[in-house]
Design a protein. Structure first.
Length: 461
């Protein structure tokens, strides 16, 4: 079912239930009023009849009949019956109408008035005390006029109901069309966008309704998609370029070596050059594999409890072997006493790779000047602040540092491939953390890593 039809149907159904309830209430109230009004007329006529028949000295029967016909309007099938009774003993002194239940008379004895409906006939009875004795006056009639009014009202309400439903259906169909037309427009605009024209965007308004938010959300998604496409394209181009260089060097060296016979020393030099380029290619491929792995989510990742201070010491020991001339200084002065606040849940090997890449970059781009790592935590997060005194990163290039293979314009002469920081960034994100980089040219760089501690991670899980 189309959304427009569904909205119209729901609107009509809800409105029909509402109208049904209102119309039933109107009809029931009218019926109760008509009935009470008719009983009031019967009781008035019963009182007048009692006075006319039982107080002959005050009102002549002929006068009563004349007043009733001219001013009281004769009721359909009107009948008046007067029963002599013994009010003290609550007994009838004559035989009552067999159609009337005795409970009707018991009510009259108790309350001196009673009402009763039998089929189309309405009865009122009242206890009348006279100097000649006690009497029960029963007056009955049919309310043809009231029934006619109710039948007419019922016909009007039924007709009004169906006319209202038709009108509401037309109105709901039109309103649903008007309400959904912006969505249809958005659908058409989205369908017109493809990989070839990903730069197109949906038209937005200044309103703050849900449709405006939907268009803005679509545009934000398209922005992310375009950035992803651009990054993918740049990644493929850069990866191809970086892979082509060592391959071209290997092919060139082997081709030259095979052109003519050479000495053992020449072959040995060629093999060493090939080995160097092959090692470079191996390093590049391994880096790409790690980067690709980090692009996936944490499913399949081995999770364990990690003491960050111990991990930092392990990374420092590893770098002491690979970069003996490093000048890394560790600051653990603000470590808390609670172990949970300095521990996190995650992959120890991946966190080691991320931290190792950042510290290696700090040493490499500062020419092994002093690099400080400060470790501390609060109730929810673990903080690692890494400061170096290196070449820095131009301010306008900071937004690109997480792109694979990107290298700052002032670091082209330093060896590397440009995926150490992007890999660290993705690993930190996988562990629910954040990374921020602040840098100034020739002043150095500050990397701030924030990771949720063990308590926070468990609470989220």
């Amino acid at each position: 079912m189309r959304l427009r039809t569904k909205i119209t149907a729901v609107f009509v159904i809800l409105t029909s239930f509402f109208l049904t309830g209102i119309f039933i209430l109107i009809y029931y109230s009218s019926e109760q009023y008509t009935e009470s009004e008719f009983y009031l007329r019967l009781s008035q006529r019963a009182t007048i009849a009692a006075q006319a028949y039982l107080e002959e000295d005050e009102m002549n029967l002929d006068i009563y009949e004349d007043v009733r016909i001219k001013h009281l309007q004769t009721l359909p099938n009107e009948t008046e019956v007067i029963y002599p009774v013994n009010a003290k003993e609550k007994k009838l002194l004559s035989t009552p109408d067999s159609n009337l239940p005795y409970t009707f008379f018991e009510t009259i004895f108790q309350k001196e008035y009673a009402e009763l409906q039998l089929g189309e006939y309405f009865y009122t009875g009242l206890l009348y005390r006279d100097n000649e004795g006690d009497f029960i006056v029963v007056l009955s009639a049919r309310d043809l006029y009231g029934v006619g009014k109710l039948n007419n009202l019922r016909s009007i309400l039924i007709s009004a109901f169906f006319i209202s439903i038709i009108f509401i259906f037309i109105l709901g169909w039109y309103y649903a069309k008007q309400a959904l037309s912006p969505i249809a427009k958005i659908i058409n605009e989205v369908n017109s966008i493809s990989a070839e024209n990903l730069s197109l965007r949906l038209a937005t308004t200044t309103g703050k309704d849900e449709l405006a938010q939907l268009a803005i959300t679509f545009n934000n998604m398209l922005d992310r998609l375009q950035i992803s496409f651009d990054l993918q394209s740049n990644f493929i181009n850069n990866a191809s370029h970086e892979l082509r260089n060592p391959l071209a060097a290997i092919l060139g060296q082997t081709e030259i070596a095979l052109n003519k016979d050479r000495s053992d020393q020449d072959y040995r030099a060629t093999l060493k050059s090939v080995e160097r380029e092959a090692s470079r290619l191996d390093f590049l491929v391994n880096g790409l594999l790690k980067l690709a792995k980090a692009n996936f989510d944490s499913q399949g990742m081995i999770i364990g409890e990690i003491r960050v201070d111990e991990l930092v010491l392990d990374v420092k020991n590893t770098l002491d072997v690979s970069i003996p001339e490093n000048n890394i200084i560790l600051d653990f002065e603000d470590l808390p006493r609670q172990q949970d606040t300095i521990s996190l849940l995650g992959s120890e090997s991946l966190i080691s790779v991320a931290l190792g890449n950042i510290l290696e970059n700090a040493c490499k781009f500062s020419n092994n000047k002093e690099v400080k790592l400060k470790l501390f935590s609060d109730a929810q997060k673990i903080f690692l602040i890494i400061k170096d005194r290196g070449v820095g990163i131009p301010e306008n290039e900071l937004k690109k540092i997480y792109e694979p293979f990107f290298r700052a314009s002032n670091a082209r002469g330093i060896t590397g491939f440009g995926f150490g920081l992007p890999l660290a960034y993705r690993i930190i994100q996988m562990h629910g953390g954040e990374i921020q980089v602040f840098s100034k040219i020739d002043k150095g760089t500050v990397v701030k890593i924030m990771l949720p501690n063990k308590r926070t991670r468990k609470a989220k899980v």
